[in-house]
Structures are given as structure tokens and as C-alpha cells.
Design a protein. Structure first.
Length: 646
């Protein structure tokens, strides 16, 4: 590789100052001559109109700049939990990360979730405590929270005088016993020398620190203020010194499409090259989809300005045009380079119907939602042709507001949203079988018997076949397996079926009459028959919560939790405040953040994250009609499968 590269992301809970830090990087590196402002809508990485208007990041934004002869490819990610899917996609393209924490708010729920994902992917990470100049800044408390909540050793590289004041002064931590002990705990050589009282060189300490960071065994903590441009250059130096360059394997071309967006030239694939090179006009093999497409153009964003490039080397990131069939997560090329697996931070827990305000715009809405769903697959856009309804899955109410504005700004569509509905699931209530003999009206022949078994919560879906190829040809069995997700997409209560094992235990094909499509039709009918006979249990999503509030509100808040069908452990009382942790259903707590803020006069702090799906009585949840034609309506379902419905 001809140049030094760092692919890094800035990640944090909302309002920690990510975009302001990015603007400082661009300014201090000389990439821009004037510091952009989030409040004034001049931030280079907030390109959407809604981002400039609302002062929040909605999409992950890529920019590139140089610092001390090193090219830094930087992705600034949204902090609001409603847009965590942007963070999920970004993490796969990173070689290192800056985890931003506010000196006032400290470690928050989404901070923990992000760190768990970074740790799982073994991404070397720096923590930067921002806003040390703000009133209420408490660095010691934040450090204690890092140790307690993130559950990983840290080492302080910075200290300061005058925290919580605009005249705060930043200083380096001395390499004293505390510093050495932090490294000794993760490095055997340092520990041995420390215990023996031997001298430890600066070089040995630095090597131990670099090794600990690269193995995510320790989190280096630095301080600063993006607002005051304090600590920026020190952080840039740390990015170069402590975060790794891309690992190149030289096994041939390999790349990841980590994101997709659209502009006036069409679909744009955001690509990271893990191995090999990509040139303009190259024909690229999409290994995920098994097809080839030609690159028409490549562009790179440098300091908010986009320019054409002719060649992209290993370890680099750019926008690629011409790959019209490409999807988020596709692997390009045929090399064996190790590409990070997909990571999930949050799952959408709400579903909502979108309606055009003018009926004539329905087709345009469907097209627009297809575009948005290509950019964010978590939307799981669903066009129900029979009902003429558009449904999507969302994270929360902020996302609704943003989608409404985006549909207006990008597609000139005025829409309305129905009230969001909690996404329930269902699971078999017991063990049973589902049988279908699809042999009439000819030509067709597919016979399947399925064993249906419930699994433990969180197990998902498992499939197995115990049928030999003499009974059902392997190509037909592959169609059965491929159709399982469709067969389980709606159960007898109208929700996705999960925590289930489906086993094909018996079946037959016919040498003359069978076709692959027969087994695609047979499978949902057989499985739905089985579920109808066994019965299903409704599952509802549960959140874990943490509430910090004045002690006098403990009784009121405890009562609220109980009324919401929640549960909690013993409260912890510290300095006139209590900490209460537990779980409650999503369905009963949708408006609780607003209610809690009102009851506490804004003094209570609430953080939540997804916990699990748990069994729920039917009358406490939502049972809905099957969307489309149910496989239980056998005759009509077969007509639909044969495209014979009028």
C-alpha cells in the first residue's frame, strides 16, 4: 500500500458532540478554512436539509482529510438510537473508533450498546470525554462509569485544571505508578518489571499501550472540548499513533458494500476495499448475489467536496456508481479476505402504516419507500398490494418525523402516518405436525410433513431435513428451506413466528408432475396448518431500563413501573438519588419518557435498551388479521400462487 490510511468512525450517544468534533478535525487538518457549525447548519457532514434544519445527524457521513502524512477516512455517525442502523452498517467498515462521551451526561444507554458492538468486532477504540468546559462536568464520575458500565480497564492519558469552566486547561497525565499499574494489569512484561522494581522505559510503556489498545484490552481516555477546539490535535495524533492501519492480505480483490444511498445520478454504493484494487470501468463480481456489474464512476469526499477518482487501493473507502443491483452488505470480489460479520445494535420494535395525503401518489410512495428501504434495510418496507397499504418498521417517534420530512424534501410527497403498533411475535405453544399434500389441480406434486417444535426464547428459527433425496430431490428440498422465512413471516395471530424448529420429516415428489414452485406453494400451507392445530403463544418486546432520580420520587416511579407490568430490583441510594434497574414492556411504556420528565420536573434520567421477547397473554397484546391471502385459505392461496386470481 502506497500511503498510510486510518479508517475511523466517531460514535456516541446523541448530543455528545460528534459532528462538532468532525468539523474540528477538518479545520485543524487544514482541509477547510472555516469551522462549520451544527447550530448554524454549516457543518460539512450534515448534508441533508433535515439535518441542517434540526441540528441532528440522520445519515452516516463520510469525509477524508490528511494529518501528518496520513490519510484519515472518517465516518461521522448519528447518535440518536432511532438511527442506530446507520451505526450498524458503519462499524463493518472501521479499523478504529473514537467513542465520544459527554463530561456532563457520562456513559448513557446507547454508549454501552455501541461499545459492546465495537468490542465484539474487536475494533481498537479511543474514548474522548467532550464538553469538559461545561457546567456540571465531572470527569472522575465519568471515569468511574467507564469502569463500571463498559466493564473494561481504562488508562487516562489526559488530566485538566478547572473542569466545568471555559478557561479549563488540558494537561498530560504523568507516567507515574497509577499509569504503570494500568498497563501492568494487561501486560505481563510490564507487570513482571513493576513487581521486581526494575526500570521500565518509555518505549516499553508505549508498546504495551499500543498492544492493549489493538487487542481492545484497555481503553485510553483523553479529554477535550469540541466547542472550544481544545484537545483536537492531541486526539488526531492519538488516531495516528494508536489506531491501526487497514490489514491487507494480498489474496485478490475483495470489498464490502457497507452502505447505499441515492443521488441525482442514481444508486451509490459506499465501498471499503479489504484487498486488491478497484479501477474505474472495472467489471465487478458480486459474490453475494452471483452477478457481475460494471463500475461507471468512483468518487471520494474530501472535506465536504466530492471529486472523481480513477483507482481505489486496498484499505480505502469511496463511493462507487454503476452497481444498480447492489445491496447493503454485499461482498464484492472472490478473494478470501476476512470481512467483518454483520453487527446488530437494536431491532425495530414498532410497525407503522404510511399513507400518501393524495391517493394518486400511492405508486410514487411505493417507489420512494423502495429507495429508502434500499438505503436502510431495517425499515423492512412491505407493500401489501391486496390491501393497497404501505408498512414499515421503525425504531421510534423521532424517526417518523424525519421520514416525513425526507419524503417531502427528496420525493415531493406529503404523507401521514397511522399510530405506531408494537411489533409482537408468536411461537408454537407446543409440539405438533403440519402436513400438506399439494397434488391437485394438476400439473403439480409436492407432499411435505413438518415437525414443529418451540425453542427457548431468543433462539430464532432453526430448520432441518430428515428426508432423503430419493423421496424429495435435493433441488426441491432447497426450495423448501428457502421458503421457510416466508412461511413463518405471519402466524395465526398475524405476527412473525420465532423461537421455533421446523423439521421436514416426510415427503415426496413426482418424476413427471413436480416443479420447484410446487414446494414453494406447499411449504407455507403445511406449516400454517400445523401452527393452527398446535396454537401459538404471543410474544411481546421487553425493554431493560435504568432510572436515576431524586430519592423522594422512588415511591411514585416504583408504582409507575408496576402499573406498566414492569419489574425491578432493589434500588441503590446515593447522595439523595436512587438508581432503579429492571424491565418493562414496550407496549405500556411508549410515552413514559415524557411522563417521567413531567413528573420529575426534568430531574429524572431514564435510559432503556432492548431486553428480549417474552410470553404475553392475548388480551394484553395485539392480534391482527393476516395481511394478504392466508395459506389456510387453501383454494385462494393456490390460485394466487398460480397467478390465477382476478
Amino acid at each position: 500500500m502506497s500511503k498510510n490510511i486510518r479508517n475511523i468512525g466517531i460514535l456516541a450517544h446523541v448530543d455528545a458532540g460528534k459532528t462538532t468534533l468532525t468539523e474540528n478535525f477538518l479545520y485543524h487538518s487544514g482541509a477547510v478554512k472555516q469551522l462549520g457549525s451544527v447550530d448554524q447548519g454549516t457543518a460539512k457532514t450534515d448534508s441533508l436539509a433535515i439535518e441542517k434544519e434540526r441540528g441532528i445527524s440522520v445519515k452516516a457521513a463520510f469525509t477524508s482529510f490528511e494529518w501528518k502524512n496520513t490519510q484519515i477516512n472518517l465516518i461521522d455517525t448519528p447518535g440518536h438510537i432511532d438511527f442506530s442502523s446507520e451505526v450498524e452498517r458503519t462499524i463493518r467498515a472501521l479499523d478504529g473508533a473514537i467513542l465520544l462521551v459527554s463530561a456532563v451526561e457520562g456513559i448513557q444507554a446507547h454508549t454501552e450498546t455501541i461499545w459492546e458492538a465495537l468490542k465484539a468486532q474487536k475494533i481498537p477504540t479511543l474514548i474522548w470525554i467532550n464538553k469538559i468546559d461545561r457546567a456540571g462536568a465531572d470527569i472522575d464520575k465519568v471515569l468511574a462509569d467507564i469502569e463500571k458500565e463498559l466493564k473494561v480497564p481504562f488508562i487516562s492519558l489526559h488530566d485538566c485544571d478547572g473542569e466545568g469552566d471555559k478557561d479549563v486547561v488540558l494537561k498530560l497525565c504523568p507516567k507515574d505508578d497509577t499509569y504503570i499499574e494500568s498497563l501492568a494489569n494487561i501486560d505481563d512484561l510490564i507487570m513482571e518489571k513493576y513487581l521486581e522494581g526494575e526500570a521500565i522505559s518509555e518505549n516499553e510503556l508505549e508498546n504495551a499501550l499500543k498492544k492493549g489498545i489493538s487487542e481492545t484490552a484497555i481503553l485510553p481516555v483523553m479529554l477535550g472540548s469540541a466547542k472550544l477546539s481544545l484537545g483536537i490535535e492531541e486526539l488526531l495524533d492519538a488516531v495516528i499513533n494508536y489506531l491501526p492501519s487497514p490489514q491487507i492480505e494480498n489474496k485478490g480483490f475483495s470489498a464490502l458494500v457497507y452502505a447505499v444511498h441515492h443521488d441525482d445520478r442514481g444508486k451509490v454504493a459506499n465501498v471499503k476495499i479489504f484487498d486488491g484494487q478497484l479501477k474505474n470501468r472495472d467489471v465487478v463480481y458480486n459474490a453475494t448475489q452471483g452477478l457481475e456489474e460494471k463500475v461507471h464512476q468512483m468518487k471520494k469526499n474530501v472535506a465536504g467536496k466530492t471529486s472523481d477518482i480513477q483507482e481505489l487501493g486496498a484499505g480505502d473507502i469511496a463511493a462507487v456508481y454503476g452497481l444498480s443491483e447492489v445491496k447493503v452488505g454485499d461482498i464484492l470480489g472472490e478473494s478470501n479476505a476476512e470481512i467483518p460479520k454483520e453487527v446488530k445494535l437494536q431491532a425495530p420494535l414498532l410497525t407503522i402504516q404510511v399513507k400518501p395525503k393524495a391517493e394518486k401518489d400511492l405508486a410514487s410512495l411505493v417507489q420512494a419507500m423502495n429507495v429508502l428501504a434500499a438505503e436502510d434495510p431495517n425499515l423492512e418496507f412491505d407493500w401489501l398490494a391486496e390491501e393497497r397499504e404501505v408498512h414499515i418498521k421503525i425504531m421510534g417517534k423521532i424517526q417518523i418525523e424525519i421520514l416525513e420530512q425526507m419524503l417531502l424534501d427528496r420525493f415531493n410527497l406529503e404523507v401521514s402516518f397511522e399510530d405506531p403498533i408494537v411489533i409482537y411475535k408468536e411461537t408454537p405453544s407446543g409440539v405438533g405436525e403440519g402436513y400438506e399434500r399439494y397434488t391437485m389441480p394438476k400439473p403439480c406434486w409436492a407432499v411435505c410433513r413438518f415437525l414443529i417444535e418451540p425453542l427457548e426464547r431468543g433462539s430464532g428459527v432453526q430448520y432441518e431435513s430428515k428426508v432423503g433425496v430419493n423421496d424429495i430431490l435435493i433441488r426441491y428440498q432447497q426450495e423448501v428451506e428457502r421458503t421457510i422465512p416466508l412461511a413463518l413471516s405471519q402466524g395465526i395471530k398475524g405476527w412473525e413466528v420465532t423461537d421455533v424448529k421446523i423439521t421436514l420429516i416426510e415427503g415426496e415428489d413426482h418424476v413427471m408432475h413436480s416443479r420447484a414452485g410446487d414446494f414453494v406453494t406447499c411449504t407455507p400451507m403445511g406449516i400454517m396448518k400445523g401452527l393452527d392445530e398446535i396454537g401459538t403463544t404471543l410474544l411481546e418486546p421487553i425493554l431493560s431500563f435504568k432510572i436515576v432520580a431524586p430519592e423522594e420520587l422512588l415511591g411514585t416511579i416504583s408504582s409507575d413501573i408496576i402499573q406498566m407490568r414492569g419489574s425491578f430490583g432493589s434500588p441503590e441510594i446515593i447522595d439523595g438519588k436512587f438508581i432503579l434497574e429492571g424491565t418493562y414492556p414496550v407496549a405500556t411504556s411508549l410515552d413514559y419518557p415524557v411522563t417521567l420528565s413531567s413528573k420529575s420536573g426534568g430531574k429524572a434520567k431514564l435510559s432503556t435498551k432492548f431486553h428480549s421477547y417474552q410470553a404475553c397473554e392475548d388480551d394484553l397484546g395485539v392480534i391482527r388479521e393476516f395481511k394478504g391471502i392466508s395459506p389456510l385459505d387453501r383454494s385462494k392461496y393456490i390460485l394466487k400462487a398460480r397467478n390465477a386470481l382476478q
